[in-house]
Design a protein around this ligand. Structure first.
Ligand code: PMP
Length: 407
């Protein structure tokens, strides 16, 4: 990867020089949450030390500094997603809250008994459970777009699910278990041809793919900061302005109103209508710093590096007799789920932790997907911009030992 200096990148992440159990940390749990560069940690410390106050309310120096930082971060998120205007970016606690927001405002207003919501079988529980809530509240029906044995999303089968009762499509851009990339632009075209709005769960996709919400033409797109090398407790909802403007509020409280009287309340305009209460000011500023950091390295270079890691990891894992990799979708992202014969995924993860290796094991909040593949849990190695080929070798060495242990 022409000039990608991964050792230089690693120096930006203080935690990566740690040892665990006397071994160098090999952090391969990036799809669950990524580590933070010093640029993010320092920016947040600086905000607390010299730019901190509540936002929007005050007329004093620090209130203005904090508001500028917070609103500046909104501009950065808008640029990152190529939104047309910053008012289309609503800060939330994460992807989960963003999807709940859409289901409970847009969904509640538009979806009734017998109406259909189409999800894919690839979804994370964050893009399932909010629709189950809505189903239970309204009497709507959920339908599931399938994947093939490799985990490829099936566009034709998806299209065949749409009817005149379909009121919402919500799909992930990248599976957090299989790494499958869903052709969301085509999904949007097919749905829009029937007047159906589309929410895209970008929690994983935004980390690894170029995102242009105007090119995708999706109605909603959600991201979560902690997977983007930013802090926890912050994420964002992109929504087309006209849709946000017609949506009722989500939570009630300060900041989201135009006027409150003893008799009634008039709501503010987007995005503030959806940001009740004191927001995660410093976390938003940290997210902005994380997106700037990604920008300085360059998503295309990061992607080339991560794809090389994934390809190498899959090739090396295939050398191990007892390992079975789940999913081989075309153009998949840097996420590798696998099983080891005769061993529970939790036990495998616990054993290789002794070698300093951090992977995720379990259902990855995607139980319907695991059921589709007839497995109850997997181990998952997921790569980020700071992982190395040596770390893949360390994973394979540890699994080789584990395999002997479980044989
Ligand atoms: N969607 C996908 C595809 C995810 O991988 C995750 C996080 N694992 C989420 C949604 C939820 O993100 P958060 O927990 O940060 O809200």
């Amino acid at each position: 990867n022409g000039g990608y200096d991964v050792m230089r990148v690693r120096e930006d992440f203080p935690i990566l020089s740690m040892s665990v159990h006397g071994k160098p940390l090999v952090y391969l749990d990036n799809a669950a949450s990524a580590q933070k560069p010093a640029a993010v940690l320092d920016r947040m410390t600086q905000a607390y030390r010299s730019e901190y106050s509540n936002v929007h309310r005050g007329l004093h120096y620090l209130a203005n500094a904090a508001t500028e930082g917070y609103e500046g971060a909104r501009d950065t998120v808008a640029r990152f997603l190529n939104a047309g205007r910053s008012e289309e970016i609503v800060f939330t606690r994460g992807a989960t809250e963003a999807i709940n927001l859409v289901a409970q405002t847009f969904g509640r207003a538009r979806i009734g008994p017998g109406d259909e919501i189409v999800l894919s079988i690839l979804e994370h529980h964050a893009n399932i459970v909010p629709w189950h809530f809505l189903r239970a509240q309204t009497g709507a029906v959920i339908k599931w777009a399938p994947v093939d044995e490799q985990g490829n999303f099936l566009l034709d089968a998806f299209e065949a699910l749409l009817t005149e009762r379909t009121k919402m499509v919500a799909v992930t851009q990248m599976s957090n278990v299989l790494g499958t990339v869903v052709p969301v632009k085509e999904v949007v075209q097919i749905a829009h041809a029937r007047g159906i709005p589309v929410l895209v769960d970008g929690a994983q996709g935004s980390v690894h793919l170029d995102v242009d919400v105007r090119d995708l033409d999706c109605d909603f797109y959600v991201v979560t900061g902690h997977k983007l090398y930013g802090p926890t407790g912050i994420g964002a909802l992109y929504g087309k302005y006209d849709l946000l403007a017609e949506m009722p509020p989500f939570l009630g409280g300060g900041e989201m109103i135009r006027e409150v009287t003893c008799a009634d309340v008039a709501y503010g305009t987007p995005p503030h209508r959806f940001e009740a209460g004191t927001p995660a000011i410093v976390e938003a500023i940290g997210l902005g710093a994380a997106l700037d950091y990604i920008g300085t390295i360059g998503k295309a270079r990061i992607r080339a590096h991560e794809n090389a890691l994934r390809a190498y990891a899959e090739a090396r894992l295939r050398e191990l007799n007892s390992v079975r990799i789940l999913g081989a979708a075309e153009g998949k992202g840097p996420i590798v789920s696998f099983e080891i014969q005769n061993a529970h995924a939790h036990d495998v993860a616990t054993v290789i932790d002794r070698s300093g290796i951090a992977v995720r094991a379990g259902t990855h909040c995607a139980m319907p997907l695991l059921a589709r593949f007839g497995v109850s849990s997997t181990c998952r190695a997921s790569f980020g911009l700071y992982n190395t080929m040596d770390e893949v070798d360390a994973l394979v060495r540890a699994l080789t030992k584990a395999q002997a242990f479980f044989a």
